[in-house]
Each structure stands twice: as C-alpha cells, then as structure tokens.
Design a protein around this ligand. Structure first.
Ligand code: HEM
Length: 193
C-alpha cells in the first residue's frame, strides 16, 4: 500500500461509518439495544481509524489536492468541504459525551445528546465520501503547472470567492511582492533539454 491509496481508504472508512450509523439508528428504532450498542461502538472505532489514517496521510504529504471543477460546482464543493471540516471538529466532543453517557447507563441524557450527535456525525461521514468522489473521481484536476497547485497551500478564501484565474493572479502578486527581486523564479518554464 502506498500513500496514493490513502484517499480511497479514508473514503471507504467514512462509507463504512455511514453504513454502521444507519444500522445503529434502525436498531434503536426497533428497540434492539445490544445491536445498537455494537453498531455505534463499531462506527466509533471506524471513525477513530479514519482520523488516524487522515492525519498520517496529511502529515506525510503536507499538500492539498486541487479541485478540478469550475463554476457553480466549485462553490458547491467548497461549501461542502468547509461545512465538513468545521462539523468534523464539532462532533469529536459530541461523540465522546454521547458515548460516555450511554456506557454509564444515563440513557435519558444520552438520548438528548444523541439527537444532535447523530445527524451531525451522519452528515460528516456522508460528506467525507462525497468530498473524495468530487475530488478524485468526478472532477479530478488535470495535471498542470498552476501556481495554486505547486504552492500546495489551502487558501480557502481564494477558492471560495474568486474564479480560478483571478485567485492564481492574486496569489502570484502577493508572493512576488514578498520576494526581493519581485520575481517568482519557479514560475518560469524549465529550460528545454
Ligand atoms: C456515540 C455513539 C452513539 C450514538 C450517536 C447514539 C445515538 C442514539 C440515537 C440517535 C438514539 C435515539 C434517540 C431518540 O430516540 O431520538 C439512541 C438511543 C439509545 N441509545 Fe444510543 N447512540 C450511541 C451509543 C450508544 C451505546 C454505546 C449504547 C449502549 C448501550 C446506546 C444505547 C442507547 C439506548 C438504550 C437508547 C434508547 C434511549 C431511550 O430511548 O431512552 N447508545 N442512541
């Protein structure tokens, strides 16, 4: 297994979490508490595995994968990505609280918290799969020498509010104003052999 396999592995873990969450919900609706408990603990384990793989991948590569879509779908993608990232941070304490309450047998409080935790966790796991499909399957970026790609930095504002060309241009202007010569050397085409 190489680093290239990680995005697909991460999407699979998210997809598995979605299936387990769905099963856990159906179980509790049918009053099958033991099955609900098993499904939720499995979903938690899979999500922890996802977090470990996600961190391992991003700490090693350090780069961001550019999104290939343009126009309307680009806005949809970044709205989804940002909501996914923000809610992924929010659900960590929610999951731990909901789980702890259940394991301590405080089921009334568990139910109250679960009404928030469950839909948010579900949204994060589903959008985790969708982000992968958008980025790697449906709108992969064509190989290019674009500045945004090579710098590999997540300038979220530029992707959200500016069309591709304008955002590259602005990033170029900011970076060149920071270099002594005012010229970005690595933007030049490599010499022909
Ligand atoms: C973070 C993990 C978990 C989540 C997100 C979760 C989610 C839920 C949800 C959505 C409900 C239905 C709430 C409603 O009626 O509106 C529920 C109920 C319940 N859960 Fe969990 N659950 C989790 C873990 C557990 C565990 C580990 C147990 C262990 C036994 C458990 C036991 C129960 C019980 C007994 C109920 C019924 C409570 C009642 O109606 O009084 N849950 N849970």
């Amino acid at each position: 297994m190489t680093l290239h396999d990680f995005p697909a592995l991460n999407a699979s873990l998210n997809g598995t979490a979605t299936v387990l969450l769905t099963a856990g919900f159906i179980f509790i609706r049918r009053q099958q508490v033991a099955a609900h408990r098993a499904a939720m603990l499995a979903a938690f384990t899979v999500s922890v595995a996802f977090l470990a793989c996600y961190l391992a991948y991003h700490l090693q590569t350090g780069a961001r994968t550019p999104f290939g879509g343009t126009g309307f779908i680009r806005g949809v993608y970044f709205a989804m990505l940002i909501s996914h990232i923000l809610l992924a941070m929010v659900i960590v304490p929610l999951i731990l609280i909901t789980l702890t309450l259940a394991l301590r047998g405080q089921f009334d409080r568990h139910r109250t918290w679960a009404r928030w935790t469950f839909p948010l966790w579900y949204y994060v796991s589903v959008t985790g799969v969708l982000v992968y499909c958008f980025l790697y399957q449906w709108w992969p970026a064509a190989p290019q020498r674009g500045l945004t790609q090579r710098q590999g930095r997540p300038f979220i504002w530029q992707n959200l509010f500016l069309p591709d060309y304008a955002s590259d241009r602005m990033l170029y202007l900011v970076l060149t104003s920071c270099t002594p010569s005012g010229v970005l050397m690595d933007r030049e085409a490599p010499p022909r052999p």
